[in-house]
Structure formats: C-alpha cells, structure tokens
Design a protein around this ligand. Structure first.
Ligand code: E4P
Length: 308
C-alpha cells in the first residue's frame, strides 16, 4: 500500500522539515568536507539536503579521478590541475547551486598576499557561490582583507587560536554576515592532545561581543561527537567528512539534547582568553605552528599532482 506523500510527511514531522530530511531543530548549516563530486551526490541522496561544501588542495589530491591519473604516472601541468580543480568545483556547484562552496588558494610559506589575491579573484569567477579560502597567516589575512574590499566572500582556514579568529574579525570588519567564515581546525588540535572543541566554544563566546559578521565554521571534524558538541555550542556551520556524515545519517540524524555532555578524554583544556575585538588585525599574535604546518602540507599535496 502506498501512503500519500502528505501523510508520510505528517508522520515524519516530529523529525524532519517538510520536503527535506533536515531535522526540525537543526539551525547549524551542514557542509561536506571533500573533493569528490560523487561523495556530494551520495550525501545528498542519504541526507536529503546539503548546505555547502569545503574543498582544499589535499582533498583535491585525493579525488579518485586525480588518483587514477597519478597511479598511471600521469601528473598534471599547473594549468591542467587548475582546470581540474575548476571542473570539480563546477560539478559540485551543479549539485548544490544554492549552497556555499569553499575553494582554496595555493599558499605556501613563501606566497605573498598579492599572489593569493590574484588566484582568489580567478577562483571566485568559477562559480557564483564560492567562498575563497585563505590561510590565517599574515599574508593570508592581508589577502583576505583586500578580497573582502573587492566584494569576494572568504573563508579563513587553518585557524588554531582565539587571537587568529580575532584577527579574522578585524581584517574583515564591515563585511556582510555570511560573506566571511573562519574555520577553526579541531581535529588537528585533538591530534596533539589539546581539546579542539574548547576553541570553538571560546571563539563563539568571544564573537558574542562583536557584530556577528564572521560565521564560525567548525572544521577538521573526525567523529560524531565533534559534530554533536559543535551543534550544541551553536556553531554556525560544520563541515564533515563523508564517513562522519554517513554515520550521522545511519544513526538517524540525531541532534544533541539539553543533557548532552561532550567527553574530551585526556585532552588538555585550552583556556579562554579575554581578547578585545576592536584592535587593528596586525596587532594580534597570529603565528601558530599548525597554521604553518598546514600550509606546508596543503602545498606539498598540491605540488605532488604537478609535473616536475
Ligand atoms: C575544511 O575546510 C578543512 O580543510 C578540513 O576540515 C581539514 O580537515 P583535516 O584536519 O582532517 O585535514
């Protein structure tokens, strides 16, 4: 027997919003963290919705079509790999035309802001819904500041401290809410024994004193509990790898209830700091070794795709 669609939706109303599988009380936007449009397709099929996607050079280097070429010893020219990134991003755009798609500039430790900005302008023209990712380094912030002035949407990635998030806020002052994301990387802090979720909580608290123009995008998520706690904290956006999103779906898209408690295990707490948001961005201490390491890793993975 087939139930009319309306009846099925009314049964499911306690769990989902009509027309999508989005849980009714889910305010946070959910992104896929990946560089393979096949995963995007599969996640939309499983979840029934997807609010956006983040990509980065490492994720592009893991794309099965890129791997196929590499395994045959066929590396790309600089032009070809950029074309490949553009085509991949366009394919994702076709799947989530209304969602935001983050595209990352190439930035190693020697890349100047001017070069990042040049790439950003080109990448921003690829699709109508791009946020351009810059590293939260001195040159990255300098480029992002100019990008915002040029009307680009930006996502400051590889953020590991409250001071870096304060610098993002200051460098992009005046931008419209939704045009600026900051991506704190929780998994990479966990990896070295620090409680990455503390950073999300502290940045959200610090931003309460601001004008709300920067949205917090929880990144480097490794497990369901990162997702649940970030939802409970009220992160604006969370980007999740395919496997975590799939597991969330298999568990019925749970959202944390009031009594939900996150257990950070033996991780060291990161203390909250009172940081004034009214400074000039250059005044903040923005160096962090994981930002430098992250830039090195992203650029090495990208360069690994390119012919010598
Ligand atoms: C997303 O924008 C980030 O690039 C990504 O979440 C990093 O995740 P990782 O720390 O697992 O590489």
């Amino acid at each position: 027997m087939r139930f009319p669609e309306e009846y099925v939706f009314s049964i499911m109303d306690s769990l989902v919003i009509r027309g999508t599988m989005r849980p009714k009380d889910l305010k946070t936007r959910i992104f896929l963290d990946g560089g393979d449009p096949e995963e995007t397709r599969e996640i939309i099929r499983l979840l029934g919705f997807l609010d956006g996607q983040t990509t980065n050079p490492t994720l592009i280097s893991k794309n099965p079509r890129a791997r196929y070429h590499l395994e045959r010893g066929e590396k790309f020219t600089r032009e070809e790999i950029l074309d490949f990134y553009r085509e991949t991003v366009r394919e994702i755009h076709e799947l989530i035309p209304e969602g935001s798609i983050s595209v990352e500039v190439y930035g190693d430790l020697l890349t100047f802001a001017e070069e990042m900005l040049r790439q950003a302008k080109e990448m921003f023209s690829w699709i109508p819904n791009a946020h351009i990712k810059f590293p939260t380094s001195r040159e990255g912030l300098k480029a992002a500041e100019q990008a915002v002035k040029n009307g680009l949407r930006v996502n400051l990635t590889l953020c590991f401290t409250q001071e870096q998030a304060a610098a993002v806020y200051a460098a992009t002052r005046g931008a419209k809410r939704g045009d600026v994301y900051v991506s704190p990387f929780i998994g990479r802090l966990d990896d070295r024994g620090e409680n990455g979720m503390d950073l999300i909580s502290h940045i959200l608290k610090m931003y309460q004193k601001g004008d709300g123009h920067v949205m917090v995008l929880t990144a480097s998520v490794r497990k369901i509990d990162h997702l649940l706690f970030a939802l409970k904290l009220g992160s604006d956006i969370i980007t999740l790898p395919f496997n975590v999103l799939k597991e969330w779906c298999e568990r019925g898209l749970p959202v944390p209830q009031v009594d939900y408690v996150y257990h950070p295990g033996n991780f060291k707490n990161i203390p909250f700091k009172e940081v004034d948001l009214t400074e000039n961005w250059q005044a903040y201490d923005i160096r962090h070794e994981l930002t430098d390491k992250g830039m090195e890793r992203f650029s090495a993975d990208w360069n690994g795709l390119i012919k010598a």
